[in-house]
Write a protein of this length. Structure first.
Length: 203
């Protein structure tokens, strides 16, 4: 089963990343983001890419086009940003990577789509809520994939999916710096179970 979940490993170190990634993949989460403000983030991305787990590996908090190229050199295939930077999006697409820029308003969403993004990260999602999501969903092309990030989790998976979300990026409720791989696996198993239940219950 393909689950539209991205694990956000903010603060992880290269020494920890392999064990945590293995725990995530074994739990059914196959997209992993290492934010670039994590310690030695490019080293972590390179280690993950070399593991060949089948997971989609990429970077988060990508703020400029130069960083996009460095992620590509490290073996990353996905670029996630907190904002809709046209230069970042275009460089990501040019390098054949998946572009997931952040946006919160219709203007930002349309700007990102025109630059080439097909998936948008609505961030921070708790500001929008489900009613805000419905309003934005109504004015975007039907095929646009919207991922909710920030203040989302098992308690509101169902509500967001029913309002038009395609999936979620999960950060601190899945991983906090210093947690062991076993702790992450326990959280990931619970999260995947909740996501599957919410997906099965779509109206």
């Amino acid at each position: 089963m393909t689950r539209n979940l991205i694990a956000i490993l903010r603060g992880i170190t290269p020494d920890e990343v392999a064990g945590v990634a293995e725990a995530l993949v074994n739990s059914g989460i196959d997209r992993i983001e290492v934010p670039l403000n994590s310690p030695r983030a490019f080293d972590s991305i390179e280690r993950l890419a070399k593991m060949q787990t089948g997971a989609l590996i990429g970077a988060g908090t990508v703020l400029d086009a130069a960083a996009v190229a460095r992620v590509a050199d490290a073996g990353g295939k996905m670029i996630v940003s907190p904002n809709a930077d046209v230069d970042v999006i275009r460089e990501t697409i040019r390098l054949g990577m998946q572009s997931i820029p952040g946006a919160l308003t219709p203007s930002e969403c349309v700007t990102a789509l025109r630059a080439g993004a097909t998936t948008l990260k609505l961030f921070p999602s708790f500001i929008l809520g489900t009613e805000g999501l419905k309003a934005i969903r109504a004015v975007l092309p039907e095929e646009t994939e919207l991922l909710m990030v920030g203040g989302v989790g098992p308690a509101n998976f169902s509500a967001y999916l029913n309002a038009g979300a395609a999936g979620f990026g999960i950060g601190t409720s899945l991983y906090r710096p210093g947690q062991t791989a076993d702790e992450v696996k326990e959280r990931a198993n619970a999260l995947v179970k909740a996501y599957d239940a919410a997906s099965a219950g779509l109206e």
